[in-house]
Write a new protein. Structure first.
Length: 194
């Protein structure tokens, strides 16, 4: 039986003012280094802390056997926490897959995933976790300092952002609808009725 490696390339940015082009360039440049020719590329932009639908889809497809190699630029692009990263890599390796983080120099696979590699993974992941926490603390300190100086934070009252919002429909409540229609007829303004 011939073993064929099915590769997925994954890149992620967290904000809408960023893009994945630099990560994509590094991923594509390193395909030949590892001897890969056939791949699928996915990117995730503006993911939230709790939801990353593209990554979740990749994990589901890995479990189904669609991929057996996951390649990222750095480990912090794959996971947001030490626990998540370690659990995901262990799952990939335990199922006979391969996890490559190019700039970290990691190439984890069943035959070579030993105690030394696990230690290095935990050290790198701990530093990434530490860096995220430091950034969060600095951001909170900056917000506290701005508030102490009297700066009003957030969007100015009444301003609208550029994202289209779905129109809110009134709840299906006959009493609400009767009151609303009555208010329209009498030109009375009613708020806060649910």
């Amino acid at each position: 039986m011939i073993y064929v490696e099915r590769i997925v390339l994954y890149s992620r940015v967290s904000r809408d003012d960023m893009n994945c082009e630099n990560q994509k360039k590094v991923l594509l440049e390193n395909l030949s280094r590892y001897g890969f020719t056939d791949y699928e590329y996915f990117q995730e932009e503006m993911s939230s802390r709790k939801t990353r639908p593209v990554k979740d889809m990749i994990v589901r497809r890995f479990r189904k056997g669609d991929f057996n190699v996951i390649m990222v630029v750095r480990i912090d692009r794959w996971a947001r926490s030490l626990q998540e990263l370690v659990a995901d890599i262990h799952e990939v390796v335990d199922k006979g897959g391969r996890f490559i983080a190019i700039l970290n120099g990691f190439d984890f696979q069943k035959g070579s995933f030993n105690a030394s590699q696990q230690l290095m993974l935990n050290i790198f992941a701990s530093f990434a976790d530490f860096e995220r926490e430091i950034i969060r603390e600095r951001t909170l300190e900056g917000l506290d300092r701005a508030r102490a100086w009297g700066k009003v934070l957030g969007r100015p009252k009444g301003s609208k952002d550029k994202k289209p919002r779905p129109k809110k429909t009134p709840p299906e409540n006959p009493m609400y609808n009767r009151l609303l229609n009555s208010a329209k007829e009498n030109r009375t303004f009613i708020t806060g009725i649910n």
